[in-house]
Design a protein around this ligand. Structure first.
Ligand SMILES: Nc1ncnc2c1ncn2[C@@H]1O[C@H](COP(=O)(O)OP(=O)(O)O)[C@@H](O)[C@H]1O
Ligand SMILES: [Mg+2]
Length: 198
């Protein structure tokens, strides 16, 4: 079994939570916070279908809004870019993105099993390329796209799209974290937050 905390520390991804308060905004006032990570805050829109994601990482902003961003069944559906709504303590602007509501991987579900296999393959590729330091994750992801794995054609295609995006936008993969892999209500595995900027 992978020691996730140690593995993530090796990739410079210790668990840190964004310290900022939710910016005041007409779309957000009075709504409930349902998730928070190192760079983002997720607010329930209240209609059961959409969430507002307040993102401070430029990597996330590119991923959700670029014309050539990866699409398909394993990437989140984005409905609107509501613009800049403030600035994080980190100095980055807060962009407000309206996207589909996703769910934590249900224990024992096919999506959870698939993500477990993916994380294991990714981690063993990382171990193989660990001497590359900061480039390890990027190269490991590329390696997964050329070495057939037992994750199915659909996910393999999504990994290729993710790898292309990572190369094009000079960001780093962040898939060694079950929090960044979520599912749709129909059980599809979704890369909800698969990139970061070092
Ligand atoms: N589309 C979504 N629907 C519901 N909850 C979400 C969604 N995206 C993220 N979350 C929740 O919010 C938390 C932080 O989101 P994440 O995308 O990982 O942000 P960060 O960029 O800060 O790592 C996640 O761990 C997850 O629980
Ligand atoms: Mg995250």
């Amino acid at each position: 079994m992978i020691d996730m905390d140690a593995a993530r520390a090796m990739l410079g991804r210790q668990a840190i939570l964004l310290p900022d308060a939710v910016p005041s905004h007409p779309l957000l006032d009075g709504k409930t916070e349902i998730g928070r990570g190192e760079y983002s805050i997720v607010i329930d829109k209240g209609d059961g279908e959409h969430v507002y994601k307040i993102v401070s990482s430029p990597a996330d902003y590119f991923l959700y809004t670029a014309d050539d961003r990866p699409r398909g069944p394993h990437f989140p559906i984005v409905f609107a870019d509501h613009g800049v709504i403030g600035r994080a303590q980190s100095g980055y602007p807060f962009h407000l993105i309206e996207m589909e509501r996703l769910y934590p991987l249900a224990e024992g579900s096919p999506a959870a099993e698939l993500s477990r296999r993916l994380i294991e393959c990714y981690w063993s590729a990382c171990a193989q390329w660990s001497r590359l330091g900061a480039d390890m994750g990027r190269i490991a992801l590329y390696h997964l796209t050329v070495e057939p794995m037992k994750v199915g054609d659909s996910l393999q295609e999504a990994l290729r799209a993710l790898s292309d995006f990572v190369e094009e936008y000079q960001v780093l993969p962040d898939i060694l974290n079950a929090n960044n892999l979520m599912m749709r209500a129909d059980g599809t595995l979704v890369f909800s937050d698969p990139v970061f900027i070092a």
